[in-house]
Write a protein that binds this ligand. Structure first.
Ligand code: MV4
Length: 444
């Protein structure tokens, strides 16, 4: 096992990684920007190093600063968390070349899954269902027109290097295809430095359901069931739950087996998530694969009883998975709400000083956060303040428990989306589980 890990992240996920390291008797080193001097992650690690100014590009995204920090403290491994450098093939490759363990998949796998066209080709090869699509990147409008006849309308144009919804264009008619095609390409080039796009049949009002997988470096792969992540706004998930209200055991097995098949086919190691779109008839289609730990991993931890972070570090240290597929059981129901520093009506970020704080508790209530009373939430980073996760025997009870915990949660000094979350817990469609990716846009 490693004796020292550097955590190349901030906030709640840095603390989550520290807790896992502590249980494994690993020393931790935090890195922080000038804006994060007073942050809990910098104070709680065994050591901490300032890596640059507030701006992410000069600190948390600065590969040479982070590698220098690793050398100064002599860490053996680096945990990237989520966001920042978590899916940077370049960073993973630098770590590999320095003999430093990057806690995640290999740089080659990160690169492969970062290209949505390559990822879809791999899914097809592994016999994982995909929506009808162009089958390759498209370079000219004439080609796009030919493909549209085969794929059908409505269709969606996506950037090969996109993901998370950036650089997508929905097209309803052949007449609007040409201009949408050029706009998508231009947008992709300016956002990702690569204008390659592809075309896919549009799936109307789908659900976003993802499968958590774990793969050790000895060829063992398991899945930990699904998370329902349909409640999102502008591609930011707000509420996640496990299990999904529409997934029964048969569908879970089918989706889980598909996810494991893809990971086996590409030689995936470490933890990861395979994202699917699920239509109203419960057909599922591969969307993309996330080669990192996800914000919403606690929802799965609560239903499976598996510490995903600890297992991820064990896997990276070369250990074998301590369980087989048949040992994994989902029990009860868990829900996670993301508490953001924002105006609940306008969604405008609301950074500033927290002047009073009371966190909820009780059986089956978990809060993952790095905030504290008198802490100033900086404006430079994402507005996630806390993740509130509950676990109960049934979905009904979990919703009840979440409502109570949200009512108990008290923060003064800044605005949060708690009032919105409280309203969602009372919504009839939410309670019935009849949700899709447009839920929040219809919700008011
Ligand atoms: C789609 C889709 C419908 N049909 N692809 C959004 C993020 C990126 N990962 C892919 N996305 C979508 N791809 C086809 N063929 C709808 C979305 C989509 C979406 C997916 C999951 C969660 C929220 C979403 C919000 C808008 C659009």
């Amino acid at each position: 096992m490693f004796s020292k890990v550097l955590i190349a992240n901030r906030g709640e996920i840095a603390l989550r990684i520290m807790r896992a390291c502590k249980e494994l008797d690993i020393k931790t080193v935090a890195v922080y920007s000038e804006a994060d001097r007073e942050s809990l992650h910098a104070k709680s690690a065994d050591g901490a190093i300032c890596i640059g100014p507030a701006k992410s590009s000069e600190s948390y995204l600065n590969i040479s600063s982070i590698i220098s920090a690793v050398e100064v403290v002599d860490a053996e491994a680096v945990h990237p968390g989520y966001g920042f450098l978590a899916e940077s093939a370049a960073f993973a490759e630098v770590c590999e070349k320095c003999g430093l363990k990057f806690i995640g998949p290999s740089s080659q796998i990160i690169r492969l899954m970062g290209n949505k066209i390559q990822a879809k080709k791999e899914a097809e090869k592994a016999n994982v269902p995909v929506l009808p699509w162009s089958g390759c990147g498209l370079t000219d409008e004439k080609e796009a027109l030919e493909v549209s006849k085969k794929v059908g309308f409505p269709l969606i144009i996506k950037a090969s290097c996109g993901g998370g919804g950036r650089g997508m264009r929905l097209v309803h008619t052949q007449a609007s295809l040409g201009s949408a095609f050029h706009m998508a390409g231009r947008e992709a080039r300016s956002a990702f430095g690569d204008g390659e796009v592809f075309i896919e049949r549009y799936c109307e009002r789908p659900r976003h359901i993802e499968i958590q997988i774990m793969a050790d470096e000895h060829g063992n792969i398991v899945h930990l069931g699904e998370r329902e992540c349909s409640i999102q706004r502008r591609h930011q998930k707000i509420i996640e739950e496990s299990p999904s209200p529409v997934v029964d055991e048969k569908l879970r097995d089918k989706m889980g087996e598909a996810a494991v098949r893809l990971c086996k086919a590409i030689g995936y190691t470490n933890i990861g998530t395979v994202e699917f779109l699920v239509d109203k008839d419960k057909n599922f289609y591969f969307m993309e694969m996330n080669a990192r730990v996800q914000v919403e991993h606690p929802a799965t931890e609560m239903t499976t009883g598996i510490d995903i972070l600890k297992e991820q570090i064990n896997i990276s240290a070369g250990r074998r998975l301590p369980f087989k597929q048949e040992d994994i059981r989902m029990e009860g129901h868990s829900i996670e709400c993301r508490i953001n520093a924002e105006d609940p009506k306008t969604f405008v970020p609301s950074p500033g000083k927290i002047t009073a704080l009371y966190l909820p508790g009780g059986p089956g209530v978990r809060v993952d956060t790095a905030i504290y009373c008198n802490y100033t939430v900086p404006s430079q980073y994402d507005p996630l303040l806390a993740k509130l996760i509950v676990h109960a025997s049934t979905r009904r009870e979990a919703i009840k428990k979440m409502s109570g915990a949200l009512e108990e949660f008290a923060i003064s000094g800044i605005q949060t989306n708690i009032p919105l979350l409280i309203e969602v817990m009372k919504d009839h469609d939410f309670i019935a589980g009849t949700i899709d990716i447009d839920f929040l846009s219809r919700f008011s």
